[in-house]
Structures are given as C-alpha cells and as structure tokens.
Write a protein that binds this ligand. Structure first.
Ligand code: SAM
Length: 278
C-alpha cells in the first residue's frame, strides 16, 4: 500500500473533496456497487496456491498460528465457564490452521471462509473427519442452523468486515449460530494506532478504515478516489472499548480480554476477547 500523504479525494459517485489523513469527517459516499472488498481474499489465495504458500501467516514468514493466538485460545479453553468439548466453528478459517488445532483438542469443527480457493486448500491440508468446511460469508451463514455451536472462534476475520451494517449482521449471525452458554472468541486488529508510524508502514487510514490501492476500486463499496487512484477499505479498526460494547449490545458478554497496545515497531493495537453467549 502506498502513502499518498495529503491528497484530493472523492468517494465513489461523489465530487472531489479536501482530504486529510485521519480526518473525522463523515463520508458522503454514494456507492456505485455493493461489492465488499473482502471478496478480494480469493485472489490472494489463488496466488498463495500458485506459490505453494500454505497459510495466511506464511505469506509473511510467520508460523501458521501466532504464539499469542495459541496462548489466548489455550487460556480460554481452560476457563471454567467455557465448554470443554462439542461443536466449534472457525469464522474466516482460510486454510484452517486454527480449525485443525481445535480438532486436535477434541472439538468437532466447521471451518467457514468466503474464499472457495482457501477452502479447497484447507480440505487438501486436513486429514481428519473432525473438520468440515463451508464456503460462506460470515455475515450470512444461512446454511447453518440456529444454536448449533458451543464455541465460535473469529479466525482474525472480523477486521476485514469493513461496513458497519455487515459488522452488525456478523455479530447477529454469531449469536444466532451459538448455543446459549456458548463461547465466542473474537480476535481483531484495533485502535488506538500511532498515526505517524502507521502511515509510514501501512499507508492510508480514513474513518478507522485501512485503505489499499485498487485498479478497479470503484466497483467496491466505500471506494475512495485519491489523486486519480482508487483506494478501497480492506480492514476496519475499532477502538477495543467499542468492540466490547458492541458484543454486549448483541447479548454476548465479554468475560476475558487481552489488549496488545500499539508501539513504534507495531503501530496497531490488537484485542482478543472471550465472551459468553447469553
Ligand atoms: C487473516 S486471514 C486468517 C485466516 C485463518 N484464520 C488463518 O489463521 O490462517 C482472514 C480470513 O478471513 C476471511 N474472510 C474475510 N472476510 C470474510 C467474510 N465476510 N466471510 C468469510 N470469510 C471472510 C478471508 O478470506 C481470510 O481467509
């Protein structure tokens, strides 16, 4: 992603407006299409398959499951109020390292991802009947019955859901497919950020959304034109306190949370939450 600095900007379908990084203005966006940027992960998995990269993290040379993630999941599963076995779902499973990790601990797991190629790769890497897969958008899992799961794990996909209405449906869907007394583990990038370091390393952020350059950007919801280049929202950063509140609003009660606050080497914050589905 580039770092365009201060630029003239227009949202898809609107005239040019003054644009400043990190500004607080409300976008007057009139979207020309309804396509969400997260469908682009399909292209990323096709490239990974061609390059024989087996998981999302391995693109960056890190291990398939980060140590922090493994530690948090291990701690959560040891909590007294968290079911010990049963049915689990990983939301945004990619090639499914977390789903297989759960299966190795006795869970019967369903992995869901919006990318068909990710699911094909996941199937090829999985040699147990304890994991099944569905290609689906986690904001609409019509094929999953109400109250099916004891455990739902966000496989670091929630920050890719950039639109507020989609995030609301995502939480509503998660509530719906969990059993009462089930556990939801949300893991996400979050605010606050260190703006200068963030800009240097990741580029543009506007209204809590990370924007990436995209040639055909105008096709995507929330697209922004910066000096003749289209940018699309690829991730949404919410303040970790807002995430806790959003869960409560959906009758999902946060009980354990960890925050890794931003620092100059990593200007983003991260949150992991374990919550009880009431
Ligand atoms: C950071 S990757 C992590 C993948 C996997 N959990 C792992 O640990 O390797 C996030 C995943 O979320 C998926 N994703 C993003 N938005 C989604 C959506 N709306 N519905 C389903 N999957 C989605 C992407 O395709 C991607 O595989």
């Amino acid at each position: 992603m580039g770092n365009p600095g201060q630029k003239q900007c227009s949202h898809a379908g609107t005239s040019a407006k003054d644009y400043r990084m990190d500004n607080q203005r409300t976008s007057g966006s009139q979207d020309v299409t309804d396509e969400r940027a997260y469908v682009l992960s399909e292209g990323e998995y096709q490239r990974m398959r061609k390059d024989e990269i087996r998981s999302w993290n391995e693109r960056n040379g890190t291990s398939p499951i980060e140590a922090d993630v493994e530690r948090f999941l291990t701690d959560v599963l040891s909590l007294e109020w968290v079911p010990k076995t049963g049915k689990a779902i990983e939301l945004g499973c990619g090639t499914a390292p977390i789903a297989r990790w759960l299966a190795g601990r006795g869970w019967s797991v369903t992995g869901v991802d919006v990318s068909p190629t990710a699911i094909e790769m996941a199937r090829a890497q999985t040699d147990t009947d304890d994991v099944e897969f569905i290609v689906s958008d986690v904001t609409n899992m019509a094929e999953v019955k109400d109250g099916t799961f004891d455990l739902a794990v966000d496989g670091l996909c929630s920050h890719y859901i950039t639109e507020v209405d989609d995030r609301t449906t995502f939480l509503r869907e998660t509530y719906r497919i969990l059993k009462p007394g089930g556990c939801f583990v949300l893991m996400s990038m979050a605010l606050p950020i260190l703006p200068d370091d963030f800009r240097r390393m990741h580029g543009v952020i506007e209204e809590g959304k990370i924007l990436a350059k995209c040639k055909e950007g105008q096709r995507y919801k929330g697209a922004v034109l910066l000096e003749d280049e289209w940018y699309i929202p690829v991730s949404r950063l919410e303040h970790w306190q807002d995430l806790l509140q959003a869960l409560q609003h959906h009758d999902i009660e946060p009980r354990l949370f960890r925050v890794a606050l931003c620092h100059p080497e990593d200007p983003l914050s991260y949150i992991a939450i374990a919550a009880l589905r009431r």
